[in-house]
Design a protein around this ligand. Structure first.
Ligand code: PEP
Ligand code: MN
Length: 265
């Protein structure tokens, strides 16, 4: 395959998301709710994860749900709340874009996420390639590492080299977990490219009881960061409650992650 832009021999790349660096020894923890539900919910979670040491706040505004009958996100209002919470807390924000028409609304977003379902939306990738925003590119649940890298190439070919790759689990015959976390993707993507690689143990497992151990394993195998879903009341969350950990669990996880970082890296 032709990878004109991805260079596996080059020095590991550092991607800047506002004042936060990711890659080449810079480790970032992204945390927050799957979906923004209200101002109160977003602000409470933002302050909680910030106090525990998270570097970037996540929160979905446009939610690509598997069922059209499920909550689809607060959309524009969600983006407005992200701008507000960023001003108040100083945390950079990441949220998912689902189509090219929405791009103008993302001017105040620090890191634009392309979700698993849109990893091969080539028109979207090309448009994002024309922006100067860093892009968080998640692996599709039925996509190979080569396909993930080709999607990164689409963005780069259009002019934007600021890409963070994200392993979030793939579909296998195992159905105890929501997906199967492919941790070998982390060292493999580091060998195949010089882009930072982060891991999302929340969508990878679909089960909050499994999230901390998978986050620690991802840290130990050299991930450049983590993205974790956090909610004060997972049982009542509008989206992905079963895989959301509480702020208390996140606080302990953050400490354990730092212990691994300090021991191994
Ligand atoms: C998300 O991060 O909110 C999300 C929808 O993840 P994925 O695209 O990996 O399913
Ligand atoms: Mn989610």
């Amino acid at each position: 395959m032709v990878t004109a832009n991805i260079n596996s021999n080059a020095d590991p790349k550092i991607i800047s998301v506002s004042n936060i660096k990711i890659g080449k020894g810079h480790f970032a923890v992204i945390a927050g709710p799957c979906t923004i539900e209200s101002e109160d919910q977003l602000f409470r979670i933002a302050y909680a994860v910030k106090n525990s040491g998270a570097n970037i706040l996540r929160g979905g505004a446009f939610k690509p749900r598997s069922s059209p009958y499920e909550f689809q996100g607060l959309k524009k209002e969600g983006l407005r709340l992200l701008s507000e919470v960023k001003k108040e807390t100083g945390l950079p924000v990441v949220t998912e874009i689902t189509n090219t028409h929405a791009l103008d609304l993302f001017s105040d977003i620090d890191l634009i996420q392309v979700g698993a379902r849109n990893m091969q939306n080539y028109d979207l990738l090309r448009e994002l390639g024309k922006t100067d925003k860093p892009i968080l590119l998640k692996r599709g649940f039925c996509n190979t590492l080569q396909e993930l890298l080709m999607s990164a190439e689409y963005i780069m070919q259009a002019g934007n080299e600021n890409i963070i790759l994200c392993e979030r689990g793939i579909r296998t015959y195992e159905n105890y977990t929501r997906n199967t976390l492919d941790l070998s993707a982390v060292p493999a993507l580091h060998m195949l490219s010089n882009l930072p690689v982060i891991v999302d143990p929340s969508h990878a497992t679909g089960n909050s009881a499994l999230v901390p151990s998978m986050a620690l394993a991802a840290t130990a195998c050299g991930a450049d960061g983590l993205m974790v879903e956090v909610h004060f009341d997972p049982a009542c969350a509008l989206c992905d409650g079963p895989q959301s950990i509480t702020p208390q669990t996140f606080d302990k996880l953050q400490k354990d992650v730092m212990k691994i970082r300090n021991t191994l890296f």
